[in-house]
Every structure is written in structure tokens, then in C-alpha cells.
Design a protein around this ligand. Structure first.
Ligand SMILES: [Zn+2]
Length: 378
């Protein structure tokens, strides 16, 4: 395989990449706004038309419809490579006014540009580069609409496609300059305490404070953290009560859990389910659980990374490997045992932040690397 020819083909598309990315960023697409996410997906469908084979829409009720696009021969003895992307962003409609698309200091700026609209455009450019070089193999691009809210509807579809895949490449941004070979699993728990409300002056002894009880529970829950096994528990929201002169009837905490080992899912869940109140007049309700299993650093993923590092060297740049505490749709496919490599999208800074931007100089080389990886998987 001529990796330099792939690089040339990627570089030749730089104007197309910029113009397509600008329009895609200008299609604001918060997870919660079904219509906007579908409009962004429809734009990608048009971009893919000259490149692609059959397109399949997965209709949804609450979130945007999912778009599945096939490239390369549909009837082939080679299993497809799945390219995983999401079109939804964390940015509400109207954010473009505050952080408009711009090209400055060698970067493209705008809401969702890094996470992960650039990755999606890179995927299309990689397919085009493969076509130009007669290297295209079966590829399925799946664009989800609900990743930023935990992939409640897309998870099943992602898992079904992955089961028959040669490999899964996730178009999330790189970690610095590195591809990601491990991600923590993510969980969420809601801890709800119901006490007995009362007037704090007139009826103090009748009251049973939900706030006090929750405060004790939060201490217990925070001690679930085990840094040595990379298990962390964070009570990020703590709320309760109504006024200072009322003994609080209700209080709740929202807890984020991160696990590095698959076996810790059952372990941590058991700890949450065994929580008890110390005041028998208070009631405790626990909801939630582990939402994404961890993407553990397994042999299939390591082999993909080594291949990527070889190809990057041919293309003229070093490639590092990283682990992250954040989850992605790659967590689901890796947990099924499908070789999964993540962070194959753009290089930049500020995902979910006001300075979200991608570095232009890395777009073409990373697109070429993505293309070379697609071609090289058996
Ligand atoms: Zn993302």
C-alpha cells in the first residue's frame, strides 16, 4: 500500500474538507433537538452521495434518526470496518452566535468542530482517498444522534453492526496527539432520600432530615473510590430542603462513577444497592447503574494500535497511545470483544468548552492514516 499516495489524496481534498466542515458546524445539532440533528445527518448524506452505496436511516422518536452509510462493495468476502461517529453535540441552539465558525491561528473553531464533526468529515475524505487509490474495502459509517446523552437508543444498533465487523474505528478526537486504546466505563446513580418534614421551631422532634441523612450517605459513597484500581466516585450534585426553618423532607445526590475494569461494574453496583439509611424514619431510593462498560486494553486493540503506529511512521509522524477516563461508543464495541481503536478523529482542544477547535495541519495526515488503517485490516 502506498501511504504517501493516500496522503496526497487527503491533501487534495483540503478545500472540500474545510467547506464541508464549516457547513456541518453551522448545522447546530444538540442531542435534545431531534430536528436539528436530522438536518445535520441529511447534510452528511448529501456529502456521501457521490461516494457511497446504500444508505439506511434508523428512525427514532425522541432523538435524531441514525444514519448508516455503506461504502465499497456490499457483496464482499471481507468483513466491513465500522466507522463510529456521532452528530449530536453538547451545545444548545444559538451557540454559533457566541462561538461562530472561524479560521484563525491554524485552527478551525466552532461548536462541535472537534467533538466530533471534523472526525466525520475526515471519514468521508478517507473513503474518497481510498477510492482514488483503488483501495476501498467494505466500510460502514454509523452516525449516532445520542452519544452525548449516553447513547440510549443507538447502543443496540452500534452493537449489532459491530458484531459482524473486522474492526471498529471511533472518530472521536485524539487525546493530545494520541490514539486511545483504553477508556474507563461510566456509571450514573441518583440517590434519593425522603425524610419527614417539620417546622424547625415548633415541631423539631417530629422531623427527620433528609439533608442530614444524605450528607452521611455521601460520605459513605465517596469512600467507594479506589484510586489504586482507577475506580472513582463523584457526588457532583447535592441538593435538598426548601428553607432554613423547615426540616428537609427531600434530598438527592447525583453521582458519577468511572471504572477501569469490567468486573468493577458488578462490584460498585452491589455497594450502591447495599446502602442503608441510619435514621429508620428516612427512606432511600437508588436508581441508575453502569451505563458504559470500560474499553479495556486488549490484544485486538493493541494489534490495531501497533499497525497504526507503523503506518503513521510511514506517513512521517510519531503516534502515541493513551487511556482516558471519558467514555465513547467504542466502549460498547470493545466490551463485545471487537478490536476497537478510538481517538481516530481530529487533533485539537476544548471539546465541550468555549475554545473548541481543531488543528488544520493534522487533518490531512490523520485522514491518510485513517484511510491506511481501513485498507490494512483483514
Ligand atoms: Zn464525542
Amino acid at each position: 500500500m502506498d501511504t504517501k499516495a493516500l496522503l496526497k489524496a487527503a491533501e487534495a481534498q483540503s478545500v472540500w474538507v474545510r467547506d464541508s466542515l464549516r457547513t456541518l458546524v453551522q448545522h447546530e445539532s444538540p442531542s435534545e433537538d431531534r430536528t436539528s440533528v436530522i438536518a445535520a445527518a441529511t447534510f452528511v448524506e448529501h456529502l456521501a452521495e457521490p461516494l457511497g452505496g446504500p444508505v439506511k436511516w434508523h428512525r427514532q422518536k425522541k432523538y435524531g434518526d441514525l444514519l448508516e452509510i455503506h461504502f465499497g462493495q456490499v457483496r464482499s468476502s471481507r468483513k466491513p470496518v465500522i466507522l463510529l461517529g456521532h452528530l449530536d453535540t453538547v451545545w444548545p441552539l444559538g451557540m454559533l452566535k457566541k462561538m461562530p465558525w472561524r479560521e484563525e491561528n491554524g485552527r478551525y473553531w466552532g461548536p462541535g468542530v472537534l467533538d466530533m464533526k471534523a472526525g466525520i468529515i475526515m471519514a468521508l475524505a478517507a473513503v474518497k482517498a481510498l477510492q482514488t487509490n483503488h483501495l476501498l474495502r467494505p466500510v460502514t459509517l454509523l452516525l449516532n444522534s445520542d452519544e452525548e446523552v449516553g447513547s440510549p437508543v443507538s447502543r443496540q444498533i452500534t452493537e449489532r453492526l459491530a458484531k459482524n465487523a473486522a474492526a471498529v474505528f471511533v472518530l472521536e478526537p485524539a487525546q493530545g496527539l494520541a490514539y486511545k486504546t483504553a477508556r474507563k466505563g461510566v456509571g450514573f446513580y441518583n440517590v434519593q432520600v425522603t425524610g419527614v418534614g417539620a417546622h424547625s421551631g415548633v415541631d423539631f422532634e417530629r422531623g427527620h432530615s433528609a439533608v442530614l441523612e444524605l450528607a452521611k450517605l455521601v460520605q459513605t459513597i465517596s469512600n467507594f473510590t479506589k484510586l489504586e484500581r482507577k475506580l472513582t466516585v463523584n457526588c457532583g450534585v447535592f441538593a435538598g430542603g426548601t428553607r432554613s426553618n423547615v426540616i428537609a423532607e427531600n434530598a438527592h445526590a447525583e453521582v458519577d462513577v468511572r471504572i477501569a475494569r469490567a468486573s468493577d461494574a458488578a462490584y460498585i453496583d452491589k455497594l450502591f444497592r447495599s446502602l442503608k439509611v441510619s435514621d429508620p424514619h428516612c427512606a432511600l431510593t437508588i436508581t441508575g447503574g453502569i451505563n458504559r462498560p470500560p474499553m479495556e486494553r486488549k490484544a485486538g486493540t493493541i494489534a490495531l494500535f501497533k499497525q497504526a503506529r507503523r503506518l503513521a511512521a510511514e506517513l512521517g509522524f510519531p503516534l502515541e497511545e493513551a487511556a482516558t477516563g471519558g467514555g465513547s461508543d467504542g466502549n460498547f464495541t470493545a466490551a463485545l470483544g471487537i478490536p476497537t481503536l478510538d481517538g481516530m478523529g481530529a487533533v485539537g482542544e476544548g471539546a465541550h468548552a468555549a475554545h473548541e477547535s481543531v488543528l488544520i495541519e493534522h487533518l490531512a495526515p490523520r485522514t491518510a492514516l485513517l484511510a491506511a488503517m481501513i485498507a490494512s485490516v483483514d
